[in-house]
Design a protein around this ligand. Structure first.
Ligand SMILES: [Mn+2]
Length: 346
C-alpha cells in the first residue's frame, strides 16, 4: 500500500523550482543494488543535472548509511534537497537515519523519501513522518523509479525520458519477462560493480543511463566480466543448496555462494529443488535474498531475519560474525533459517 506523509507547509511545486535553481544542492541517495535505484538516480541526473559527487549509493547496512552521512557533512552545504529513492528502511537503521535527518534539518534542508518497500510502524513513525515528504510502503504497482517520475517529473518536464526509464525499472524490479538485452547487461553491470565495491562504475552507469546510452561498450564489457565470474559461482552454488519441508504443503531451499545476481541465483535454487521460497545467501556481500512464488509471504521470514521487502522478493543482512567457509557451517546456517521458516509459516 502506498503511504504518503507530507509536512503541512510542504509544497512540491516550490520544492522542484528550488531544486532547479540550485542543482548543486540536490543530493540523491539511491539503492545501489538494482536498476530501480540506478534508474531513479538517472532520472534525477537527467532532469536536474546534479553533480556526480551528489549521487550516493545506499544499501541496508549501517556502515553504508554512516559513510553517506559523512560524505554529506563534507559537502558542507545549506538548504539541501535530499531525495532518497528505492531505499527501504529496516529497524536497525533507524538511529543512523535519524541523526542524518536531524543534521539536514539543522541546515534548513528538505528531505524527500520515495520508496516502495514494506515499512513497519516503527520506521514510519520514527523516520517517514519526520521527512518533509515521504511516499513509502509495499507497492505492487509502482517501483522506485516510477515514484521518482510520478512525484518529481510528471507534468513539469518533457516526460519521454522519465517514462522510458520508469518502465524499464518496472520490468526489472517486478521481474517481468522479455527484458531487453541491454537491461540484462545493465543488471549484470550493477551486480559486478557491487561485488567489486565500485561506486565509481555505478556513477558512470547513472551517466550512461541518464543520456540513454544503454548499449555503451563499457556496459557490454563489464557484463562480460560478470558472465565469466558467474559460471564459476553457479557451479559453487549448485553444490551448496539445502532444502527443507517446513510444513505439510511447502518447501524452502537455501543456497550459498558468491557473486550471482540474486534473482538469478534464487531461480537456480528453485529450479533444482522446486521450493516455494528460495533463499540465496551471498557470502561476500553478507546479504540474504528471498524469492517467492506467490504462495508464502517473503516479508515474514525476512522480518524474522532483520530484513524486509516485498511479498515475492525480500532481503535481509547476514550477521557479520557468522562464518560460512565450510559446508558444515553452511548447513548449520541453513538449518537455522529453516527453523525460523517453520515458526513464521506454521
Ligand atoms: Mn525497487
Amino acid at each position: 500500500m502506498e503511504l504518503k506523509f507530507s509536512k503541512d507547509n510542504f509544497d512540491i511545486e516550490a520544492t522542484v523550482k528550488e531544486m532547479l535553481s540550485k542543482t548543486n544542492n540536490i543530493i540523491n541517495i539511491t539503492h545501489k543494488e538494482d536498476f530501480d535505484g540506478i534508474g531513479s538516480a538517472a532520472i534525477i541526473k537527467h532532469y536536474f543535472d546534479i553533480p556526480d559527487s551528489n549521487i550516493m549509493f545506499g544499501d541496508y547496512k549501517n556502515s553504508t548509511i554512516n559513510a553517506i552521512f559523512e560524505k554529506i557533512k563534507k559537502l558542507n552545504l545549506d538548504k539541501m534537497t535530499v531525495v532518497l529513492t528505492d531505499l527501504g528502511l529496516d529497524e536497525p537503521l533507524i538511529p543512523a537515519y535519524q541523526s542524518m535527518i536531524s543534521y539536514l534539518k539543522d541546515r534548513n534542508s528538505t528531505i524527500i523519501w520515495l520508496d516502495h518497500h514494506n515499512w513497519g510502524n516503527e520506521t514510519i513513525n520514527k523516520v517517514a513522518k519526520i521527512c518533509d515528504f515521504a511516499v513509502v510502503g509495499d507497492n505492487d504497482q509502482l517501483c522506485g523509479a516510477e515514484l521518482t517520475f510520478k512525484y518529481l517529473i510528471e507534468g513539469r518536464f518533457d516526460e519521454d525520458f522519465g517514462k522510458k526509464i520508469a518502465a524499464f525499472a518496472h520490468k526489472t524490479d517486478f521481474n517481468l519477462p522479455n527484458q531487453e538485452s541491454f537491461l540484462v547487461d545493465i543488471t549484470k553491470y550493477i551486480t559486478y560493480s557491487n561485488y567489486h565495491s565500485s561506486n565509481d562504475s555505478l556513477i558512470e552507469l547513472v551517466n550512461f543511463v541518464s543520456k540513454s546510452d544503454f548499449s555503451n561498450e563499457k556496459i557490454k564489457e563489464i557484463a562480460e566480466f560478470y558472465n565469466k565470474e558467474e559460471s564459476e559461482n553457479i557451479k559453487e552454488l549448485k553444490s551448496s543448496i539445502f532444502d527443507y519441508r517446513i510444513n505439510e504443503s511447502y518447501k524452502i531451499a537455501i543456497g550459498f555462494g558468491g557473486n550471482i545476481n540474486s534473482t538469478r541465483a534464487c531461480s537456480i535454487i528453485s529450479d533444482l529443488t522446486n521450493s516455494d521460497i528460495s533463499i540465496f545467501v551471498n557470502i561476500p556481500l553478507e546479504k540474504i535474498s528471498l524469492r517467492g512464488k506467490g504462495k508464502l509471504d517473503c516479508i515474514k521470514l525476512a522480518n524474522k531475519m532483520g530484513g524486509n521487502g516485498h511479498f515475492n522478493a525480500a532481503g535481509a543482512p547476514l550477521t557479520k560474525d557468522i562464518k560460512l567457509s565450510s559446508k558444515d557451517e553452511m548447513k548449520k546456517q541453513a538449518d537455522k533459517i529453516a527453523e525460523m521458516a517453520k515458526e513464521v509459516y506454521p
